[in-house]
Each structure stands twice: as C-alpha cells, then as structure tokens.
Design a protein around this ligand. Sequence first.
Ligand code: NAP
Length: 463
Amino acid sequence: MSLTALNPATGVVVQSYPSLDAVGIEQKLARSAEAFRTWRDVPLAERAQLLKSAASLLRKDVQRHAQLMAVEMGKPLSAGRAEVEKSARALDYCADTGAAALADRPVDLGGPRAFVTHLPLGAVLAVMPWNFPYWQVIRFAAPNLMAGNVGLLKHASNVPGCGYALEQLFRDAGFPEGVFQNLPVGSHAVAAILRDSRVAAVTLTGSTPAGISVASTAGEVLKKCVLELGGSDPFIVLPSADIPLAARTAAIARTINSGQSCIAAKRFIVHADVYAEFADLFVRHMQALKVGNPLAQDTEVGPLATAAIRDEVEAQVEDARSHGARVLCGGHRLPGPGFFYAPTVLADLPQSARAYREEVFGPVALLHRVESTDAALQLANDSEFGLGSSVWTRDEAEAARFVRGLEAGMTFVNALVASDPRLPFGGVKTSGHGRELGTDGFYEFVNRKTVVVSAPPPTDRTE
Ligand code: NAP
C-alpha cells in the first residue's frame, strides 16, 4: 500500500510514499512508549527550548514548506507562507506560556498542603486533515509536547509529504527520537492503533463522520478524545453595519484557503434593509478574486484539494439550483486540468436543498435575506454545526445579544473568524468538543492530579 500526493492544480502525481504495515506500526508504537518514559521527566524549560528551535527552523525555511503545501493540496503560496509563520508563532506561544500554565497550582485548605499538578498522559494520536497541513498539526503538537506527552501523527492520505516534513522538523529541532512520529497509514488503520494500550488519547480534526467514527472507538476503550470537526459558519450582517467593509471581508471569509476551511464563513445572513447593497458588493468582490496556479505569487484562490471535493461542491451547487436557488455568480467548474471551481454566490436557497444543512467545502457562498434580527439569529442557529460565527453591527446591545445567543464555539463581532495561538479554538454541537490553543490547549491531555500532603504526626519518643 502507498500514499500518493497528487498536484490538484495539474492532476499530476507528485510523489508516492509506502504506508506502514503492521510491523512498521508496531515499531512506531514501541518507540513512542519508550520515548515517553524519559520525555515526561524532561524539565519544562528544556521542552520550551526545543519548541523554540522548531519555530526558528520553520521560519528559516518558509518558502520550502509553503511550496510543499502548494503542490500537495493546492494552497496558494502567500497563504502557505502565512500558515508556516503562524505555526512558528504557536510554537513560540506554547514555549513562552507553557511553564506558567503547567506549573503546580496551590490550593489553600487552611491546613495540609494541597496543590494540583499537571502530569502528561502518554502518546496522543493525532488524526489530521489536509486543509491546513502544518497549522493543524502544530496546533496539537506544541501544547502536548510542552506538557510532556509524545505525538503520533496520522496525517491525511493526500498530504503524505507534509507528514514527513513535520516529523523531520521536530527531529532537526533536537527532540529525542520517538517524541514526535509520523505514522503514514490510511484511515482504516486508525481504530486498531487507538485501541492499543500504548496510545493514551486521540485528537481528530476533520469531518463530522470521521469524528463520529474515532469518538466511537475512543468510547469503546474509554480514551479521552478532542474533536475539531466541520462547520457552516454564519456571517450575519445587520442594518447598522459598515456594509462596504462587511462585503469585502465576506469575500475573504468565504474563500479563505480556496473555501476549504472549517471556519470559513459559509452562510451569509443579511437583513432586508441592507440586503441589496451587500449582495451587489459581495458578488463584485467574489468575481474579482484571482483564481489560478497556487505557485503564482498573486493567486488568491487555488484549486480544490482533490477531484472528489470539486465533484462534491459541484453536486451541491447543482442540487441547490434544481431546488430553485439563484446563481448570482460562478456556479461552474473551471476548464483545464486541475480541480478548480469558480467563486460562487447562491441566493434564495430553499430548506430542501442539501447545502442548506450540509457543509459546502469550496468557494460557494449561500446568501440569505431575513426580515428581522430575530429571524437572523434563528436562521444562524438552524444548523447542526456550531463552530464559528461572525456578526456585523455597530449597535453594542445587538452585538451582545448575538454573542450570547449564537450557538457556536466562537463569535467575532465586526471581524472574520480566525484562529490565533492565544485564543481557545473549538466548537459545540456536531462541530466537536474540546479546545485547542490558548491556555486551554495545555489541559486537554494532562492528568490534573490533586495532591494533598499532610504533615506526619510527630514521632512519639516516650515508648
Ligand atoms: P476527513 O475526510 O474527515 O479526514 C480527516 C482525517 O481523518 C484524515 O486524516 C483522514 O484520513 C481521517 N479519517 C477519515 N475518516 C476516518 C475514519 N472513519 N476513521 C479514522 N480516521 C478517519 O476530513 P478532510 O476532508 O481531511 O477535512 C475536511 C473536514 O475537516 C471539513 O469538514 C472541515 O470543516 C474539517 N475541519 C475542521 C477543523 C476544526 O478545527 N474544527 C479544522 C480543519 C478542518 P484519510 O485521509 O486517510 O482518509
């Protein structure tokens, strides 16, 4: 068996890599267990230094890493460079803040000494997606390696080179052998690996069906899991908003990563009072986007990562059209080799269309007109997903109402939803559970052990 990277801009094979057989998996698990026995006791300051080294290695080689993402999954170079820089920032953030976050926390009992100490769990299996092939991995690895866990990366099958590059990064940074390993395997191998007693926990970033599958196995063997899953984020525009700014940001928010981001805005819910103005500007910005070769410096939207994703987006748009949605722009694949799809805006989407409920993982915006702010909130929450949300208003009381009322893990007011190493990231409903990043990210896979130390009674020397 092998894992093959195919350039989505050309449809040409980049490289094939052998996948691990049972013996190879066993060797990796054994190495992981052995590495944990010593890594868990390495001082926090030393771990932080190694994370810093990984950050500086990333920064030295930004272009090479961005090019690898471009050829394996079609990310435009400028976006790839930004992803590498951001990954370096996350490594630095965990190095700088980990010691304080993971320090013992004293609890005053007024008598015996008590504290909470943070102990690592062991090997964390990370099942990762292709859409941010560096960022997603660093986002799990940095806090966990800092906490003393070891990492086993099962990367998406279409970005095998990224998996190897990340393993090499940690090796070059000086992490001991086995602390971070790449497991080149297909998804069929995940359940057995997760059941192995040398794996302590699992984190999955990916689709909701993959999350259900991994969570089911984790449940069977009672292992902790963190799930970062799909989303269909609302972008709500209310009458007092800065409409030109909202429309410009909306086009970026929808087409970020060529539309293949969990936190890309997908449903644009616009108040009737400003609908016409917003729709006109939004469509113009979507049409102006430069779609093309991800290796070209000025490309804003690249291809979709695989032919299957492009076909699925196309099927969702055709289904919407057949149910009566209007295509305001785009609505078709682009000619030539590669898996390109035109930036698209669909209006008047009926509830019967698949896209009303499903995540659309491509540059396709769903534009909804609502008659009131109540209707906007109701429509925003009429989704099984609950990842990010963005609301545009100059009215503070209205903003506060949406902040409380939106069923989402993240709400950004007058801004597009974006991840940041300093902020916790995650969702509710079928978008998953658990949090990565921020201080919260250190605690998902540690044993927060309660310790109480009573002074021994004085020795009785009269006997
Ligand atoms: P995917 O098909 O679910 O794959 C993600 C990872 O899960 C891959 O490594 C994949 O392996 C593995 N996988 C798939 N099915 C599995 C199963 N039944 N058991 C175990 N592992 C399984 O998702 P994707 O297409 O790569 O990524 C897109 C999805 O990820 C979107 O829904 C997006 O919204 C979501 N996402 C969420 C976040 C977040 O933070 N919430 C961030 C990014 C992406 P193979 O590649 O070998 O199949």
